[in-house]
Write a protein that binds this ligand. Structure first.
Ligand code: HEC
Ligand code: HEC
Ligand code: HEC
Ligand code: HEC
Length: 200
């Protein structure tokens, strides 16, 4: 190989590695539910399920959403429009939620992998845990979660964001939202609080 093509190869590997630092994969909120639902540990899943973030996808099916869609002259219904899905699902356009045809949502029960794919996609509707805590495939194992909690492992090495920073919220809570309401991080973060109980 010529020296110049070798350096081009090295440079492109570097750029590629920079853009895709790890194999991040969104696993879906149902995966977090398994371990984060007990009252003893703060029932993060239940708190989330009762919040508006858990209904963000349904909001795209509402009359209000359809009216917004008409006004914006969207070619597709809001629940299929990239212009809306970006802020009402997990990881749209980034390996997360995708628009699928009807047959995808109704797999044959014996087709286990199709059922799994459908459940994952269902788990990526709405503003799920991973939108704020990072894609879960690397950190969702019990040993890793416990290691991070114990301070033996670094959250960032496994893609876990412990305390979602303001700039993550502002990716969605901004004037591009057709129904934007002013956003104050310190106040709004209290409205979605789901802490571990004291002394856990
Ligand atoms: C196999 C069980 C399991 C799964 C699945 C799981 N977690 Fe955890 N998670 C834990 C345990 C155990 C802890 C440590 C605290 C405790 O004992 O409950 C923890 C801690 C955390 C913490 C706090 C970390 C810290 O150090 O403050 C966050 C945030 C978290 N999990 C988010 C998630 C999210 C988001 C998902 C889904 C992508 C998820 N977890 C999936 C078991 C799990
Ligand atoms: C992926 C986009 C997205 C991100 C990221 C996001 N939100 Fe939201 N948030 C929404 C959407 C969409 C709704 C409205 C859902 C509905 O009404 O059905 C919402 C609603 C809320 C509400 C309820 C508002 C009300 O009027 O009752 C609060 C509070 C909130 N978000 C706080 C936060 C905070 C704090 C963060 C960051 C830690 C955050 N959000 C990150 C999309 C997002
Ligand atoms: C930049 C992110 C973003 C985009 C893009 C976005 N939304 Fe939202 N949407 C939000 C947030 C955040 C909220 C919560 C209210 C707010 O903006 O503070 C919300 C709330 C809503 C609500 C509930 C409003 C209410 O008052 O009950 C509807 C309906 C809605 N959006 C429809 C849509 C439709 C339809 C589209 C596509 C044309 C869309 N959104 C695009 C972020 C977004
Ligand atoms: C809209 C963003 C958002 C969503 C969605 C979200 N979280 Fe969080 N989560 C946060 C923020 C912000 C904190 C840190 C709060 C603080 O320290 O003030 C947090 C903290 C936590 C903690 C640590 C609690 C503690 O006391 O240390 C756990 C565990 C957790 N989240 C799990 C989950 C799970 C599981 C889901 C989904 C069922 C979820 N979160 C959904 C933003 C979010």
């Amino acid at each position: 190989m010529k020296k110049s093509s070798l350096s081009i190869l090295i440079i492109s590997l570097f750029i590629f590695g920079f853009i895709f630092p790890q194999d991040l994969e969104y696993v879906g909120t149902h995966k977090c539910q398994t371990c984060h639902k007990s009252n003893k540990k703060g029932a993060q899943y239940k708190v989330w399920a009762e919040s508006k973030h858990a209904k963000a996808f349904d909001a795209l099916l509402s009359d209000k959403a359809i009216a917004i869609g008409k006004e914006k002259k969207l070619a597709l219904p809001p629940s299929e429009s990239p212009e809306c899905l970006e802020c009402h699902t997990v990881g749209y356009g980034e390996g997360g939620y995708e628009v699928k045809e009807a047959s995808f949502w109704n797999p044959a029960p014996e087709d286990k992998s199709a059922v799994k794919a459908m459940e994952r996609m269902e788990g990526l509707k709405n503003v799920g845990c991973e939108m704020c805590h990072g894609a879960g495939n690397d950190y969702k194992k019990k040993k890793i979660m416990e290691g991070i909690y114990a301070g033996e492992l670094k959250a960032e090495d496994f893609g876990l964001v412990k305390k979602t920073p303001e700039e993550t919220c502002l990716k969605c809570h901004n004037k591009r939202s057709p129904s934007f309401k002013a956003f104050n991080y310190d106040e709004r973060v209290k409205e979605i609080a789901h802490p571990f109980p004291e002394g856990m």
